[in-house]
Design a protein around this ligand. Structure first.
Ligand code: THU
Length: 134
């Protein structure tokens, strides 16, 4: 799967978003080293705090099915039917990515028409991770 296809998969994933409170719909497509794609959407809650971001939905689906090695994630988001030019992952999702991915893990942000690949290192420098607990 190439980068554009992964972005398009994120757009598909976004269609399942459950976001009645914010009206901000997010989709993510997570690519494993083996070439499998796990889709995720944001899932909101009337109590707000239990809301899960699209990125974490994708990661938790994948990890719960035995996946541990990932190469890239594509993320798209926006209000209503509109896609924002860029939907950056929140800090909690960057921390979850750090748990399972190396510094060279690629994060594709933008829209299928215009997107850019960032490294996890770029998006989350000086992070706290498992090596710090050794
Ligand atoms: N959200 C995500 O799913 N991923 C992001 O990268 C940013 C924010 C969701 C959480 C919430 O449902 C809505 O977008 C507004 O914050």
């Amino acid at each position: 799967m190439n980068d554009l296809e992964l972005m398009q998969a994120a757009v598909e994933a976004r269609k399942m978003a459950y976001a009645p409170y914010s009206g901000f719909f997010v989709g993510a497509a997570l690519l494993t080293k083996g070439g499998k794609v796990y889709m995720g959407c944001n899932i909101e809650n009337a109590s707000y705090t239990p809301t899960n971001c699209a990125e974490r939905t994708a990661f938790f689906k994948a990890v719960s099915e035995g996946e541990r090695d990932f190469t890239a994630i594509a993320i798209v988001g926006g209000k209503g039917d509109e896609l924002s030019a860029l939907c950056a992952p929140c800090g909690v999702c960057r921390q979850v990515m750090t748990e399972f991915c190396g510094k060279d893990f690629r994060v594709l942000l933008g829209t299928p028409e215009s997107f850019k690949a960032y490294s996890l290192e770029e998006l989350f420098p000086l992070s706290f991770g498992k090596d710090d607990l050794k």
